[in-house]
Structures are given as structure tokens and as C-alpha cells.
Design a protein around this ligand. Structure first.
Ligand code: KG4
Ligand code: ZN
Length: 345
């Protein structure tokens, strides 16, 4: 429990308010002890951005401003606690859209000051790494995490809490970005990942042999060639079924992601393989990922879909571990659109 007079300990009763505003979800959550989710509220701006086919930064910032206080209030009410019970406030400080980040960071600092509790700046991707611990804190290290979101695609070795090694990352488009771009090209709408998945459900994944960029033995990824190949194919075959294109594209992405994740786990001698990030909500990826883990005899862990996409419970969880390890973040920390995850292994 936090001691508001200064020194504090971080334990299973420490209640952290998490705040997430890095992109187009305004989210707040209360999490105790790094894993016990007392409430998790996510307000998505998807409808506001859909007509533009992507996130409009200025609209995102204004919507965060409108929504953040009510969402924090709802998280507190749903958790059934008084404000005074909150021991620390954690917030995403990057990477993300600068205006969107600033709304969350300013609010989180204000709450921390007003309640006289520690502020914790959280890296958005570190939080995605922690979504698995929210549901199974007993996961053992070393873990390999395949983090697949709209902005990033990376394989990370988690050696211990806060101790990471980057094993590979995309050299061009992120996997989610490829889903979004292909969805836009096929006229399937926004956000692209779920739209492609829906369209693919009626298609044949073997209809078109799109390329799988394996980049030799590397654990890096490349998806821009695949995206171009989808566009070229559709231009050459205008009557092709878009379900077949969606299913064949999805199969190509999933094959590469799963193959590289399995390879990484073997190389590291991992005790577990974990999925994270928005693309981890994809059913085909989830299924093939778990099948691969069974074949390799390694423990596979899939966070629930609501914990894969952006949420504040993962921010609060990562914040709890960060607070326990490093203590509070100084209040002069800013918001950083291009923040890199500190890889210290
Ligand atoms: O982690 P996230 O919610 O936000 C970022 O930090 O980027 O990930 C969003 C990305 C988007 O590109 C979205 O299209 C993709 O995750 N996504 C999916 C699915 N659901 C979301 N991609 C494939 N299949 C899905 N079901
Ligand atoms: Zn994310």
C-alpha cells in the first residue's frame, strides 16, 4: 500500500489508475497489484474517424479532451472505490500522437498532484507486453512476445520485469498497418483489421499465393511487398473475389508472424510465447499461433481480445511493475511521439 507521506511500498494492494490516450481510444482502468482489474473502461473514437478512413490527429485530441474526465469517473465508479483509495496514476507517455498523448499526460499529472500520489510514465508497447500478465501473473521468464499493432510489429524477449531484448521488428509497414492499407484498397472500411477478418471469413486462404517475406534467418519482418503484391493482383484481376483476396492476404501475414515467433522462441529457449497488440485480436492468428505452440511443446498464451487492443488496464499493470522497480516518474517528464522501448538486455 502506498504511504502518502513519501516512502511507499508497492504490493498486491497497491491500486493504480491507468490512463491511455495515445491514439484513438480514451481509456481508464483501476488495477490492483498489477493484475487484479477492478474496472476497465474504453471509449473508442472509431466512428469519428471512419469517414476519413484513418485517425485524424486533431479530432483525436479534441475527443480525448471531451471524454477523459467522464471515462476516469466511470472507471472509479465501476471499481466501487473512493478517489482516496487510489495509490498511483500511470499514463502512456509515448509513442503516439503528440496532441492525444498530451491530453492524457496532463490529466494524469494533475490527478497525481491533486491526490498526492506517485505519477508513473508508461511506454505504450511495454504496456502491450504486460497485457498477458494481467490475465496470468504466473507466466515464467524468459518469454517471447510477438507484439503486433497498428504502429509496430516486433518480437521481444522479456528476460524479467522491465528487462527486454529486441529480437526483430518490421523494416517497413507494421502488420496492422498492412491490414489497414489493404482494407482501404479493397474498400472494406476502417478499422482495417477487423474488416479484413470479416471479409476473409467467406474466402479461400489458398486462392492466391501471396508472397511470405521470410528475410532469410532474420527475425525482422517486411509487409510492404505483400501489400503491393495485393494491389498489383487486384489491378490485374479486377473481377477477383475480395473475400479470396482478404483470406489469402491474411494467411500470408499470419504465416510469417507465426513462423518467426516460433523461431524466436526456439532461439531464446523461451518458457512461453505470448501475443500482444491490436492484431492479436485476429482469430486466424490466434488459432495458428496456439497450434504452433502445441507442435513445439511450448506454453502459448493469448490475452483476451479486449486486452490485446488498446486499453488502460495494461497501462495500470505496466505502471505497477515500473513503480515497483524504479519508483515514481518525475513530473517534468513530457509526451514523446517516437519514444523507443528501452532494450537493456
Ligand atoms: O494495438 P492497437 O489497438 O493500436 C496501436 O497501438 O496501434 O492496434 C490497432 C491495429 C490496427 O491496425 C487494426 O487494424 C489492427 O490492430 N487490428 C486487427 C484486428 N483487430 C485490430 N488486425 C487484424 N485482425 C483483427 N481482428
Ligand atoms: Zn497499442
Amino acid at each position: 500500500m502506498a504511504d502518502r507521506r513519501g516512502a511507499f511500498t508497492v504490493d498486491e494492494n497497491t491500486l493504480v489508475l491507468g490512463i491511455e490516450t495515445s491514439c484513438d481510444e480514451t481509456a481508464a482502468a483501476l488495477v490492483m497489484g498489477g493484475f487484479d482489474v477492478a474496472s476497465s473502461v474504453v471509449s473508442t473514437q472509431v466512428d469519428l474517424h471512419a469517414q476519413f478512413g484513418g485517425v485524424v490527429p486533431e479530432i483525436a485530441s479534441r475527443a480525448h479532451l471531451d471524454m477523459l474526465n467522464p471515462i476516469v469517473a466511470q472507471a472509479i465508479v465501476e471499481a466501487g472505490v473512493q478517489e482516496g483509495r487510489i495509490d498511483a496514476v500511470a499514463c502512456t507517455i509515448g509513442p503516439g500522437l503528440i496532441g492525444a498523448l498530451l491530453v492524457g499526460v496532463s490529466a494524469a499529472k494533475a490527478f497525481a498532484l491533486a491526490w498526492d500520489v506517485p505519477f508513473i510514465g508508461v511506454h505504450h508497447h511495454e504496456a502491450h507486453l504486460y497485457s498477458a500478465f494481467l490475465e496470468d501473473p504466473s507466466l515464467e521468464f524468459p518469454l517471447v512476445v510477438l507484439l503486433v499493432s497498428g504502429g509496430h510489429t516486433m518480437l521481444v524477449e522479456m528476460h524479467d520485469h522491465g528487462v527486454y531484448r529486441l529480437l526483430g521488428e518490421t523494416i517497413d509497414d507494421a502488420a496492422g498497418e498492412a491490414f489497414d492499407k489493404v482494407a482501404r484498397f479493397l474498400g472494406l472500411g476502417y478499422p482495417g483489421g477487423p474488416a479484413v477478418e470479416r471479409e476473409a471469413a467467406d474466402g479461400n486462404p489458398e486462392a492466391i499465393a501471396f508472397p511470405r517475406a521470410m528475410l532469410n534467418d532474420s527475425l525482422d519482418f517486411s509487409f510492404s511487398g505483400l501489400k503491393t503484391s495485393v494491389m498489383n493482383y487486384v489491378r490485374k484481376h479486377p473481377d477477383v473475389s475480395s473475400s479470396d483476396v482478404a483470406a489469402s492476404f491474411q494467411a500470408a501475414v499470419v504465416d510469417v508472424l507465426v513462423a518467426k515467433a516460433r523461431r524466436a522462441a526456439v532461439q531464446v529457449g523461451a518458457k512461453g510465447l505470448v501475443l500482444g497488440g491490436g492484431v492479436a485480436a485476429n482469430s486466424q492468428l490466434r488459432e495458428q499461433f496456439l497450434e504452433g505452440c502445441v507442435v513445439d511443446g511450448i506454453r502459448g498464451f493469448l490475452p483476451s481480445r479486449s486486452m490485446c487492443t488498446d486499453n488502460a488496464a495494461m497501462i495500470a499493470a505496466a505502471g505497477w511493475y515500473r513503480l515497483r522497480r524504479d519508483g515514481p516518474t518525475p513530473l517534468d517528464v513530457g509526451a514523446y511521439p517516437n519514444l523507443r522501448l528501452p532494450f537493456i538486455l
